[in-house]
Design a protein around this ligand. Structure first.
Ligand code: GDP
Ligand code: MG
Length: 597
């Protein structure tokens, strides 16, 4: 145990975490140069393409230092706020963290939020100044930022480059010399914390865990404390580039367990594994049952594909336990599903996977957060509203609550004004403003989560010319003056276009939505009025003029092939169209609210 080191790498996105991890794998001979493909740890296609780690992974490296053999377990953490609970569990499985900062960029929002998580768990922090090879690297300035942030000495900061391999040996030395060996009692009852799980179509769920106390033996009966379920430890072992089976996995180790679990949602990240024969008295602290934060309707483009969509969603849920869904029907869109996601990135991933892996073309409705509604006649009962069109009649409502977040923005001082304006427009309240260096400032806001869902990232990027980074975490529900804004197309209310908005924004938004829809909905054979309404009161109106002629009429003479091409083009354009009443509505229109400016 004294020669084990468990560590993670934390960094703002794109600061080079995956690349540096690859260098460590190479330097320790865990992966040969021949096997090396970029970012060995990011193994889902989507992760490679997007260059982000969606699921975390763990890998064991062996390294000899001053004649002694060490076992180094690298626990990779996901790099996006949607998955911050998983990050916190991965961190809780470690004793140390490499804090990577891009020498050309300096400290960013996720550098700080991840650092705080690591400090909360008392991890030893090893600061690494990465991308030293870049001509734009600013080693002195960024070292100063790091020293200010964590209170270390400048000599503790390791200059490195994932590209050239600079500093990799020093990093390995620091992991061995500075990260504490695991503590814990190998003779105590088993306590192993699950920090991740993956679904394998042949073997079922593979759970990854860190043994805190005790020893897990192959074939033992085990119990997952928080879910209360028991299993047989059919196959256990450690993680290298592949799973390496072992007879036992002991205190301080990072390992896997396969026990015939067929559903991803049976295994909860943060749960504790113990043995049935000699159970531990307490679960490992910090377990949470993560709840979806963002909801949206997903409907098949072709109503006949409903069953196939259900089948695809069930398949997806097998390996993504954080996806939840239930059937819903919409007057406008027919039968579909109301789905819950961890955040906007998660929503995009699911939509993309439905299309790529299941060849489903779907319509996604405007995402919304989960609201709490309280009725006047029974103000103690909390109604959970995951779909704006299900909000009870306003005249019966005592109050509506919505989730709030604490948001942290790091930017250059010249953009403070523009960012404050944006945050206030987004119903944010400034809590704190701290200068990290002369021209870098950290702003802390409280604001409704719903405002993040609506084009916040894009706006922030625009107003700061890209010089702002952003992170947030939920802080609970607060009551808000929210009302339902409805949209009518051709006189018919379209439930899938309803949104809950703050009263003070309603007129402005109503107007903008009408303008946007006019832009997005193609002209048709008849005139289409677009109206925004609150209750029965229409607050804005636009009109889409009728189309005069068929497009094919443009083709003079009888050029059949050209005519056919045009018709095919029209058909293709229709792929993501839904008939709503008499009106053909394209997918983009259902997300129009997200793209207002
Ligand atoms: P992650 O998001 O933190 O995992 O970052 P990646 O490892 O995916 O790296 C982000 C980008 O920076 C990629 O295009 C890498 O090729 C590049 N990169 C990573 N490390 C270095 C480095 O040391 N020097 C240079 N010049 N580029 C790097
Ligand atoms: Mg990465």
């Amino acid at each position: 145990m004294k020669n084990i080191r468990n560590f993670c790498i934390i960094a703002h996105i794109d600061h080079g975490k995956s690349t540096l991890a690859d260098r460590l794998l190479q330097a320790t001979g865990t992966i040969s140069d021949r096997e090396m493909k970029d970012q060995a740890l990011d193994d889902m296609d989507l992760e490679r393409e997007r260059g982000i780690t969606i699921k975390s992974h763990a890998i064991q490296m062996n390294h000899t230092h001053e004649g002694q053999a060490y076992t180094l377990n690298l626990i990779d953490t996901p790099g996006h706020v949607d998955f911050s609970y998983e990050v916190s569990r991965s961190i809780a499985a470690c004793e140390g963290a490499l804090l990577i900062v891009d020498a050309a960029q300096g400290i960013e929002a996720q550098t700080i939020s991840n650092l705080y998580l690591a400090l909360e768990h008392d991890l030893e922090i090893i600061p690494v100044l990465n991308k030293m090879d870049l001509p734009g690297a600013m080693p002195e300035e960024v070292t100063d930022q790091i020293v200010d942030l964590i209170g270390c000495s400048p000599t503790d900061v390791i200059p490195a480059s994932g590209k050239t391999g600079l500093g990799v040996d020093k990093i390995l030395d620091a992991i061995i010399n500075r990260v504490p060996a695991p503590k814990g009692n190998p003779d105590a009852p088993l306590q192993a914390m699950i920090f991740d799980s993956v679904f394998n179509p042949f073997r079922g769920v593979i759970a990854y865990y860190r043994v805190i106390n005790g020893t897990l033996k192959k074939g033992e009966k085990v119990k997952f404390v928080n879910t209360g379920r028991t299993y047989n430890a059919d196959d256990i072992g450690i993680l290298k580039m592949d799973l390496v089976p072992k007879k036992e996995v002991s205190t301080g180790d990072v390992g896997y367990i396969i026990s015939g679990i067929k559903q991803a949602n049976e295994v909860k990240v943060g749960d504790t594994i113990t043995t049935v024969a000699n159970p531990c008295t307490e679960a490992v602290k910090g377990f949470e049952d993560v709840k979806p934060m963002v909801f949206a309707g997903i409907y098949p483009v072709d109503t006949e594909d409903y069953e196939e969509l259900r089948f695809s969603m069930e398949k997806l849920q097998l390996n993504d336990s954080s996806l939840v869904f239930e059937p819903e029907s919409s007057a406008a869109l027919g039968f579909g599903f109301r789905c819950g996601f961890l955040g906007m990135l998660h929503l995009e991933i699911i939509q993309e996977r439905l299309e790529r892996e299941f060849k489903m073309t779907v319509i996604t409705t405007v995402p919304n957060v989960s609201y709490f509604a309280y009725l006047r006649k029974n103000p103690d009962e909390k109604l959970i509203v995951n779909n704006p069109s299900e909000l009870p009649d306003p005249s019966t409502l005592e109050k509506v609550e919505e989730p709030f977040i604490k948001a942290q923005v790091i930017t250059k001082s010249e953009y403070i004004g523009a960012i404050m304006t944006l945050c206030i427009e987004k119903r944010g309240e400034l809590q704190n403003q701290v200068y990290l260096t002369q021209d870098r400032v950290e702003l802390t806001f409280e604001m409704p989560l719903a405002e993040i869902v609506f084009d916040f990232y894009d706006r922030l990027k625009t107003v700061s010319k890209g010089y702002a980074s952003f992170d947030y975490f939920p802080i609970g529900y607060k009551s808000s003056d929210l009302i339902k804004l409805d949209v009518l197309l051709n006189g018919e209310q379209v439930d899938a276009l309803s949104a809950l908005v703050h009263r003070s924004n309603a007129f402005n938004l109503g107007k903008k939505i009408c303008v946007k829809l006019k832009e997005l909905i193609p002209r048709q054979q008849f005139e289409i009025p677009i109206q925004a309404a609150i209750g029965s009161k229409v607050i804005a109106r636009e009109t889409i003029k009728a189309l005069r002629k068929d497009v094919t009429a443009k083709c003079y003479g009888g050029d059949i092939s050209r005519k056919r091409k045009l018709l095919e083009k029209q058909k293709e354009g229709k792929k993501r169209m839904r008939q709503v009443g008499r009106v053909e509505v394209p997918q983009e229109a259902f997300l129009a609210v997200l793209k207002l400016n």
